[in-house]
Design a protein around this ligand. Structure first.
Ligand SMILES: CC(C)(COP(=O)(O)OP(=O)(O)OC[C@H]1O[C@@H](n2cnc3c(N)ncnc32)[C@H](O)[C@@H]1OP(=O)(O)O)[C@@H](O)C(=O)NCCC(=O)NCCS
Length: 189
């Protein structure tokens, strides 16, 4: 599997934050806030033990796409850049390989509401269109996850999808989802 994130000159510094790649040794720091049900409520997985968390992040390969967000040396959240192929017709599929990325973000609730997630996400978009040379980034969330789609709108991402009762939440309810995207030519350098 290609490790796309090696193309980035880590760590990435923003006005207040340092972004770096996640390692197995960071699992405890990540678990400290990801064990909080208010954090995992909208996330794809909610491991209930640190061992399940380890399996989810190490064995399922999540660390490969994960970026840690640090403030003054303290891990305050994480983010994701998952590079993937765009959809293409068979004859031109080679040209669509590794041209877009799914982005994601999680902030420790103790550090929410101060713009840190937005600042980190802005840096992800910068490296996606810069060092990674991608042509499109996108993000998905449950429609009721307003903090997440508000962040996408702060970044200037465009709502391109509203999916009705498309996603099954662990509560057992089929929920609406939204999809946002941004093209490289739309991102001010
Ligand atoms: C999604 C999530 C990361 C958003 O966190 P957040 O704290 O709202 O986002 P930020 O850290 O960017 O902070 C933005 C808030 O701080 C405010 N703010 C303060 N200073 C700011 C600054 N310098 N820059 C930008 N916003 C600032 C903004 O106005 C905004 O508040 P508002 O929503 O009341 O208007 C967070 O809710 C989370 O981790 N949720 C759980 C995991 C999750 O759902 N992830 C997404 C899955 S799709």
């Amino acid at each position: 599997m290609t490790d796309h994130l090696t193309a980035i000159d880590w760590p990435v510094r923003t006005g207040r934050l340092v972004l770096r790649r996640a390692r197995e040794a960071d699992l405890d720091a990540i678990w400290a806030y990801r064990r909080d049900p208010s954090v995992t409520h909208w996330l794809s997985a909610a491991p209930s033990t640190i061992e399940a968390h380890r399996v989810s992040f190490v064995e399922r390969g999540h660390l490969a796409h994960m970026v840690l967000v640090e403030l003054d040396g303290v891990v305050v959240g994480d983010a994701m850049i998952r590079v993937e192929d765009a959809w293409a017709q068979a004859e031109v599929a080679v040209g669509a390989r590794g041209t877009q990325a799914e982005l994601g973000w999680t902030i420790d609730p103790a550090y929410a509401g101060r713009g840190y997630a937005t600042e980190a996400a802005r840096a992800l978009v910068d490296v996606s269109f810069g060092a990674l040379g991608l042509r499109r980034v996108y993000a998905l969330c449950f429609a009721d996850n307003e903090p997440s789609w508000r962040l996408m709108e702060r970044l200037g991402m465009r709502r391109e999808q509203y999916l009705v009762k498309e996603s099954l939440h662990r509560s057992g309810d089929w929920l609406d989802a939204v999809g946002y995207a941004l093209l490289a030519e739309e991102w001010p350098r």
